[in-house]
Design a protein around this ligand. Structure first.
Ligand code: XMP
Length: 533
């Protein structure tokens, strides 16, 4: 049994980062909503509890509070930002509605030689005070500590920027140790989980594989399992893991909708069927998808059709597997946290997302989701540990509707064929071109593929005039898109070198008959999105 850290989420944008930092320290952790009941806290078995930040103000009466059991569980508690404020208020201190908001970089003076900060600092002042470079984001602040607490940190604007009751092992900070801008954040979180909570570093992939294999075997017994393999990282890693656990009891269905990247079908079949010996049914449904997409130009309508047909094909194939009792999906932890938070705040649907995961209940299959506990970077590490090639596991994401949302307007096979080739050239050049970090910088050279988060070509169904040799051409346009992002919610366009763009453009125009113009998309998200549709 792993020791584990419980994180209660008060709605901060960066709560997931807390869990990731804790896991980076080799300790398992989970995020749960702040309003779990006392019983949940008592039964959870946490070695320590972290209270996240959040958008509310504890000075208002009906805002979130931690269950009192958190403070009665006898385990260390770390409050971050709102978590600090609610801890202060719930234990008898006072929080004031801040008049000065503090947002961004700050320097915090460590005080009181607490176990949390001891020997951790970024620099020392002339007077010998240890200082931390941190990231702050708050309006309210604690202005009176509860009984038993001593001052742990302060800034000019925020005299109580950290407090500790070392007897009860309660610690709280106004800044965010979970974000990378807080230079010692990793050290502080590591200190909390290892030394204060006493957790060992026992969360690692090789051990995880044996545990996961065991639990999959127990869950499915001698039943058969089907899995929709998309070639993406999550479904691929799920397939490899389940195959490791139950071998031939797993059948994968790979649906080719005709909107995949160049040679994707062959790549998936080679890797899974030939190399790993996984049973894969390869369905070429291009004609069916193209038929339903004919004449449809509206992006949302296209997405819906692709999603619907996908389910249709999958259903037909799975009905042939009479003994299948389980449907495996590559759901990962951020999806779990996100769907738990759904419905809490009204959000707009910008695009209806289609995933292989969106299969209906009518299949009457039980769900097997072996990656439910893992973050994306952990899924990647797991993939590598399971023997999948690095190039596959570290691929850019590819949307479920595939090239269907990268061919603007009506989707035609002819357009998909041109786009696939242009896209493959772009990706090949990105993989083959190294970045050149400025002399003296500590960045490492890497391929432009690895230096970007997502890159692809988009087909624009407009024709423009060109000249090739002595002849006039009148052909289609391709746009190149390359972005850098942490979370895909916001993104910058990548400043690719002009020489690289030039080479890609030349190659596409020379090698892909039917395209005579290449443009580069320099829009950020927001206001643009990453995909064009
Ligand atoms: P946007 O275009 O909304 O994309 O900025 C953000 C990220 O989501 C991916 N994306 C999808 N992924 N099914 C998916 O599995 C979809 O329907 C879908 N639509 C967009 C997109 O590629 C980018 O990584």
């Amino acid at each position: 049994m792993h020791s584990k850290i419980l994180i209660l989420d008060f709605g901060s944008q960066v709560t997931q980062l807390i869990a990731r930092r804790v896991r980076d320290a080799g300790v398992f952790s989970e995020v749960h909503p702040y309003d779990v009941d006392d019983e949940f806290i008592r039964n959870y078995g946490a070695a320590g509890i972290i209270l996240s930040g959040g958008p509310n103000s504890v000075t208002e009466g009906d805002t979130p509070r931690a269950p009192m059991a958190v403070f009665e569980a006898g385990v260390p508690v770390l409050g971050i930002c709102y978590g600090m404020q609610t801890m202060a208020e719930q234990l008898g201190g006072k929080v004031e509605n801040g008049h000065v908001r503090e947002f961004g970089y700050a320097e915090v003076r460590a005080r009181g030689h607490t176990a949390l900060f001891k020997d951790i600092n970024d620099f020392t002042t002339a007077e010998g005070h240890g200082m931390l470079k941190v990231w702050m984001s708050h309006g309210d602040k604690v202005n009176e500590m509860p009984a038993g607490f001593k001052l742990m940190a302060s800034t000019d604007n925020c005299p109580i920027a950290g407090m500790a009751d070392e007897e009860r092992r309660f610690y709280a900070v106004q800044f965010h140790p979970e974000v990378t801008h807080t230079v010692q954040g990793e050290a502080i979180i590591g200190r909390f989980v290892h030394e204060i909570c006493g957790c060992k570093s026992d969360w690692n992939m090789p051990d995880y594989i044996s545990e996961a294999v065991e639990s999959i075997r127990q869950q499915v017994g001698s039943d058969e399992v089907i899995l929709g393999l998309s070639g993406g990282v999550d479904s691929s890693v799920a397939a490899a893991l389940i195959h490791r656990a139950i071998g031939d009891q797993l059948t994968c269905v790979f649906v080719d909708h005709g909107l995949l990247r160049l040679d994707e079908g062959k790549m998936v079949m080679d890797m899974f069927s030939k190399n790993l010996g996984v049973k894969v049914i390869h369905v070429d449904a291009t004609a069916q998808f193209m038929g339903h997409l004919a004449g449809v130009t509206d992006p949302e309508a296209k997405r819906k059709i692709i999603g619907r047909e996908f389910v249709e094909v999958f259903q037909v194939e799975s009905a042939k597997l009479k003994n299948a009792k389980w449907l495996a999906q590559g759901t990962i932890y951020p999806d779990v946290i996100e769907s738990a938070g759904k419905g809490k705040k009204g959000s707009h649907t910008i695009k209806s997302h289609h995933n292989v995961g969106g299969l209906p209940d009518t299949l009457n299959l039980k769900l097997l989701e072996p990656l439910r506990e893992l973050f994306k970077d952990e899924v990647r590490k797991l993939g590598v540990a399971l023997g999948l090639p690095h190039s596959m596991v570290y691929r850019h994401p590819f949307p479920g509707p595939g090239l269907g949302v990268r061919i603007l307007g009506e989707v035609k096979k002819e357009f998909a064929d041109l786009l696939r080739r242009a896209d493959a050239i772009f990706i090949e050049e990105l993989r083959n071109t190294q970045t050149e970090p400025a002399p003296g910088s500590n960045e490492k050279a890497m391929s432009w593929y690895d230096a970007t988060s997502q890159a692809f070509a988009v087909f624009l169904p407009v024709k423009s005039v060109g000249v090739m040799g002595d002849g006039r051409t009148y052909e289609y346009v391709v746009a190149l898109r390359a972005v850098q992002t942490q979370d895909f919610m916001t993104a910058h366009w990548a400043h690719l070198p002009h020489s690289l763009l030039g080479k890609v453009s030349n190659r596409i125009i020379n090698e892909v008959r039917g395209i005579n113009r290449v443009v580069y998309d320099i829009s950020g998200k927001p206001p643009a999105t990453i995909e064009w549709e």
